[in-house]
Design a protein around this ligand. Structure first.
Ligand code: SAM
Length: 273
C-alpha cells in the first residue's frame, strides 16, 4: 500500500515512521510511504506556502497552488495507475476517524494525506479532496500528528504489517468491543508507592487472575469474553449497539446487564433508606 503525505514539516513525519512496526513494514516493502515537502511545490524564491486570509482576521492560510502542484506531481508519478484511491484532508471539521475507516482505507491501493497548518487550507483545496477526517474534537497546531495517527491505524490493518494478525482482530473496536485486560510476568507484584489503586504506603499485592494461570483454554476464552463485554458495558456502552457478538457473548452480555440492573436497584434502595 502506498501513502503520500504532504506537509511543511517532513522531518516530523519521517522520524515517527522510522520506528517500530511501521518502520519494519516500510523496510520490508509492505508499505511505501513518501513524505512530500510542500515547499518543494512553491515557485517563488522564498518558498512561501501561506498567505493572509481574504476578508481579514487572525493567522495565515495555506495557499492552494502549492497543494495542487503537489497533487499533480503525485498523479504524474503514478502514471498509468491514475489518480490515488483517496485524498484525505486532515481537519478538525472532518468526519471522526474510526477503526472502521482504518479498516476500509487499508483496502485501498494508495492514499494521500494533506497536513494543514495555521488557520487551515484555502477552501478550494477541498475540490481535490475525497474525504476530510478529524482525529477528535480538539484543535492541534497542524495535520502532521493526525496524518501519523491515520497512517498508523490504517497500516496495522494491511496484511503482514502486524506480525500476528490475531492481535489486530482482538484489538479494541475491531468487533465493536473494547479489548480484554492483559497481564504478563511477574505473577505477583507488590506496590511500593502511594496512589496506586488508591493504596497509601504501598505493600498491596497485585496478582494475575487465577483463570489465566489455569491452563484451561475454554475458561480463559470465556473469561476474556466476559471482561471485554463488562469493560465495554461500563466504559463505552454506545459501542454495543453495533457490536458483532456470538451466541456465548450475547448470553454473557445478558447476564452482565441483569447484574447491572440488580446493582442499580440496590443502590437506589440504599439512597431511599
Ligand atoms: N482554523 C481551523 C478550524 O478551526 O477548523 C483549525 C486549523 S488547525 C490550527 C491547523 C491544521 O491542523 C488543520 O488544518 C488540520 O490539518 C490540523 N488539525 C488540527 N486539529 C485536527 C484534528 N482534530 N483532526 C485532524 N486534523 C487536525
Amino acid at each position: 500500500m502506498t501513502f503520500d503525505i504532504v506537509t511543511i514539516f517532513p522531518a516530523m513525519i519521517a522520524q515517527a515512521l522510522a520506528a517500530g512496526v511501521l518502520g519494519r513494514a516500510i523496510e520490508r516493502g509492505l508499505l511505501n510511504v513518501t513524505v512530500r515537502d510542500l515547499r518543494d511545490f512553491t515557485t517563488d524564491r522564498h518558498r512561501v506556502v501561506d498567505d493572509v486570509p481574504y476578508g481579514g482576521g487572525p493567522g495565515m492560510v495555506l495557499k492552494p497552488d502549492p497543494i495542487f502542484r503537489a497533487l499533480d506531481a503525485i498523479e504524474l508519478e503514478r502514471g498509468e495507475r491514475g489518480r490515488p484511491s483517496a485524498v484525505i484532508l486532515t481537519s478538525p471539521q472532518g468526519a471522526r476517524f474510526t477503526q472502521a475507516d482504518a479498516k476500509r482505507l487499508s483496502g485501498l491501493e494508495s492514499v494521500v494525506v494533506l497536513c494543514g497548518r495555521y488557520e487551515g487550507v484555502d477552501e478550494r483545496v477541498r475540490e481535490r479532496v475525497t474525504e476530510e477526517l478529524s482525529i477528535g474534537d480538539y484543535v492541534l497546531t497542524g495535520g502532521e500528528l493526525p496524518a501519523l495517527v491515520i497512517v498508523d491505524a490504517v497500516a496495522r490493518n494491511v496484511p503482514g504489517v502486524v506480525g500476528d494478525e490475531d492481535s489486530v482482530t482482538h484489538d479494541s473496536f475491531s468487533r465493536g468491543l473494547l479489548d480484554f485486560p492483559q497481564f504478563t510476568r511477574p505473577q505477583e507484584i507488590t506496590t511500593r508507592h502511594a496512589g496506586v489503586a488508591g493504596v497509601r504506603g504501598g505493600g498491596q499485592v497485585l496478582s494475575v487472575p487465577d483463570v489465566l494461570l489455569s491452563g484451561n483454554h475454554a475458561e480463559i476464552r470465556r473469561w476474556r469474553k466476559r471482561e471485554a463485554l463488562a469493560r465495554t458495558l461500563a466504559r463505552r456502552p454506545d459501542l454495543l449497539v453495533g457490536a458483532t457478538l456470538d451466541e456465548e457473548e450475547r448470553e454473557i452480555l445478558l447476564e452482565l446487564q441483569k447484574e447491572e440492573g440488580r446493582m442499580k436497584k440496590l443502590e437506589a434502595q440504599k439512597v431511599g433508606e
